[in-house]
Structures are given as C-alpha cells and as structure tokens.
Design a protein around this ligand. Structure first.
Ligand SMILES: Nc1ncnc2c1ncn2[C@@H]1O[C@H](COP(=O)(O)OP(=O)(O)OP(=O)(O)O)[C@@H](O)[C@H]1O
Ligand SMILES: NC(=O)c1ccc[n+]([C@@H]2O[C@H](COP(=O)(O)O)[C@@H](O)[C@H]2O)c1
Length: 415
C-alpha cells in the first residue's frame, strides 16, 4: 500500500485579528484529509499579509503577528511564518506559495493553500487574480477549501472554468477538497470583521478570539477597543479608570434595576411618531402598488419588474416591485399573491442563477428590436421559449402578452 502524501497547509490572509475560526479551519482541514486515508498533514503555516496590502482597518503586521503568536501557543502543529508580512510590497498568494516551496528541501511534501470559501469565490472577481496564477496554484500546489456560511463553493467551482477543470483531476492531484461544511444550527459568524465590530462597539469577543489576544488588543488599544468603556468594564473591571465600578457580582442574578430610569427625550418621542407615520404611508402606497387587475380589465397597470416565469413554476410569474419586494401572480387564474414574496425570490435565485448570468450577458447585446411578435420579452438564446425576461430598457407604454395575460410596464417601474 502506498504511503500517504505529506501535506503542509498554508493559509494566507489578513488575520486582522486572528480568530478561533482561523485555527478551526486548520483543524477541520487536517481531520478531513486524514479521514481520506491518502494524506498526512505534517504542519500548518499562517502567513499574514504585509502592511502594503492597505486593507481598511488593517492593524500593523507587528501587532497581527504578535496576536497570532499568542493564539498559536495552544497549537503544536501550526506555526506563524512572518516572511510575507515583512515584505515592503504586497506579495501575491502564488509568490508566497513559491517562497515556501523553495524553502523546503524535501520535495516529497506538498504545500496546499488552505482557504475559506470567500477567498475561493474571490477568484471570480474580475482583475483580482490572474488566470495563470490560479492555474499554477491549482496545478502545482492545490487547494483545500472550507465552506463558510452564506457561500456555495461547489456551485462556484462548477461555474468557474479553471476551477471546474481541476475538480476532476486525478486523485493524486486532487485540487479541491471539501474539508467540512461549517453550518452550525445556530449560525455563528466568527470572522475577523465581526470581531473588529464587536471590539469597536465594546461587545464581548470572548470565545471568538483567544483570551491572550483580547488582552493584547486592550493593551495596545487596537480596533478602537481601548477607548470603549464597555470593553474596559467587561475585561478589566478592577483597573479601568473610565469605567464605573460594577455594582453587582458577575453571577447569573439579574443586575439591579436602574433606580432613576432615563426620561424619554422629546426628540426620541418625535422620531418614534415620525417612524409610525412613515410606516402607515408606506403601507398605503404599497397597497396601491400591488393591485393586479383581472384579465378582462386591460391593459393591466402593474408596477413592477417582471422577473421570470416558467422556469420556477409553469403557472406563476414573479415580479420585483419598486419597493424591492417580490410578488408572484398566477398566469392561469389571474390571482396574485405576495405571501411568499421573499421566499419565492430566494428560490428563484437558487434555481435561476445560471439563467440570470446568461441573461446579464445577453442583455448587453440585446435590443428591443430583438423582440418577436408572439413573445413579449426577448428570450435568452440559451433557453429558447422558456425565459420571460424584463430587460433594462424602456418599455414605456408597451402592453405585452404573457400566455394570455396582459401586462403594462411603465418606465419608472421597469428598471
Ligand atoms: N468563519 C470562517 N470560516 C471559514 N473560513 C474563514 C473564516 N474566517 C476566515 N476564514 C478564512 O481564513 C483565511 C484568512 O482570512 P482573513 O484573515 O483574510 O479573513 P477575512 O474573513 O477575509 O477577513 P475580514 O473579515 O477582515 O475581511 C481566508 O481564507 C478566509 O476565507
Ligand atoms: N492575486 C492574488 O494573489 C490575490 C488577490 C487577492 C487576495 N489575495 C490574498 O488573499 C488573502 C485574503 O485576502 P482578504 O483578507 O482581502 O480576503 C490575502 O493573503 C491576499 O494576499 C491574493
């Protein structure tokens, strides 16, 4: 039996600050690779970007590395490699991979890029990654990707020309490995951004980042946390000067109620009143907007963008209204419903993403001239006789016929 391939996992990123999820990513990937029986993970490397990356709110490399070191005290197989962070210019991920490969004498060990699905999906952002870089990363190194809530890496890979090519590579070169689906029942979003936000707002970051990292953030006044009274109170009740002394012991008891509750200011009262009036007005306008008239009354004034029809359901058409909510309407019975508006849109997105991409391309070169006489809207060349699409053109005053139902769209509503 052949021996397992030895692997080093390399994670590039900002680590601003390092969170438990970064470390979890390594553990999940290692477990998955070991489970396959084909790989042995012999180490993990964290390579933080240099200051030249210039990302918003990026703490200096010195601080980020210090926090990584503190976090890694609890790990016996992941280590920090500061080389990238010490560079004066930003290094592409491929350059970092090449550097670490050159550093190793032993050619039998492979280096793989470990990343979250958001990094993988950034491959699709035009101009961000060079195709030849992606090609080389996949071909010479390989990628281990961890799903992130809100992402759909399988779909992304399927749709990406280069990634899909490597997904079916021979097992010895398996480039895309699904380490785990991080989809906890209660979705906990542990991202550096959520940690920074919590720090800025003085909210708890305990169990999001390691305790020594919290201390470090406080000592070095990073991410605006040091100025925040709540943060001081939470983490340094005894010594923090700005924070008032805690009046109750941190037990499960409820804190004593404030003896002098603040009176509502007239401004707050006015704002609340204003909000209620606005809601009432909005509801009134909405109820006008959602009127769909029976076929007998034609032309039908309908305010909204016709999205799609038969693909989602052969009997319903879906509209986006000017208020950005979604309405469906039965083609056969002329009844309209808004009850499943948002849900059906989400379903529409899932089922029709493909269609939407094609349509977007198609829209660029389509014109109203391409409308044919018996179909109201131009059909995508890829889905003949299926899609009924509202293109971004001025359809002012046009009465269109969709399977017997007539729809008038006005320019201001057809966006
Ligand atoms: N919650 C998470 N689940 C899966 N992968 C994650 C998670 N948080 C970070 N990662 C991954 O860790 C790597 C390094 O991430 P990085 O520090 O650049 O975080 P980021 O999420 O891009 O940061 P920010 O929130 O600052 O934009 C990336 O590959 C990223 O996808
Ligand atoms: N072309 C490239 O090599 C390229 C492009 C964008 C981001 N990256 C890397 O991705 C990592 C994560 O970046 P973000 O923190 O911006 O998500 C960083 O290490 C960055 O250097 C590389």
């Amino acid at each position: 039996m052949c021996s397992p391939t030895r692997i080093i996992l390399l994670a590039c990123g900002s680590f601003n600050p390092i969170t438990n999820m970064h470390l979890r990513m390594f553990e999940l990937a290692r477990d998955a690779l070991h489970r396959s029986g084909r790989y042995q993970v012999i180490g993990g490397i964290i390579s933080p970007v240099s200051d030249a990356y210039n990302k918003k709110d990026l703490a200096s490399a010195k601080h980020r590395c210090a926090m990584i070191r503190l976090s890694l005290k609890s790990s016996d197989w992941i280590r920090l490699e500061p080389w990238e962070s010490e560079q004066e210019v930003w290094s592409t991920t491929l350059k970092v991979l090449r550097h670490h490969k050159e550093q190793r004498q032993d050619t039998s060990t492979q280096i793989r890029l470990l990343c979250g699905a958001d990094l993988l999906e950034s491959f699709g952002i035009p101009g961000l990654w060079k195709d030849k870089d992606i090609e080389e990363i996949l071909n010479k190194y390989g990628l281990v990707c961890i799903s992130r809530s809100g992402s759909n890496p399988e779909k992304f890979i399927y749709e990406h020309d280069i990634l899909s090519k490597y997904q079916v590579a021979p097992v010895s070169q398996e480039m895309v490995c699904w380490a785990a689906n991080i989809q906890p029942r209660v979705q906990i979003q542990v991202t550096p951004m959520s940690a920074r936000r919590a720090l800025r707002r003085g909210e708890s970051v305990k169990y999001l980042v390691h305790d020594p990292v919290i201390d470090y953030v406080k000592t070095h006044n990073l991410y605006g946390a040091g100025e925040n009274e709540d943060f001081c109170r939470m983490y340094e009740p005894a010594t923090c000067k700005q924070a008032p002394q805690c009046e109750y012991s941190p037990t499960w008891d409820t804190p004593p109620s404030d003896p002098s509750p603040k009176r509502k200011s007239p401004l707050k009262f006015f704002q609340r009143f204003n909000w209620i009036i606005n809601r009432i007005l909005k509801l009134t306008v909405l109820s006008w907007d959602y009127q769909c008239y029976p076929r007998s009354i034609s032309p039908v004034p309908f305010h909204g963008q016709l999205l799609t029809n038969q693909r989602l359901s052969p009997t319903r058409v879906y509209y986006r209204t000017v208020h950005d909510s979604y309405v469906s309407r039965s083609v056969d019975s002329d009844t309209s419903s808004r009850s499943h508006g948002h849900r059906s849109y989400r379903r529409y997105r899932e089922l029709n993403l493909d269609e939407e991409h094609r349509r977007r391309d198609y829209r660029r070169d389509s014109s109203l001239d391409s409308l044919d006489s018996d179909h109201s809207f131009p059909r995508s060349p890829h889905s003949p006789r299926r899609g009924v699409t509202c293109i971004g053109a001025d359809l002012s005053g046009l009465v269109r016929r969709v399977r017997g139902m007539r729809v008038t769209m006005t320019p201001e509503t057809c966006v």
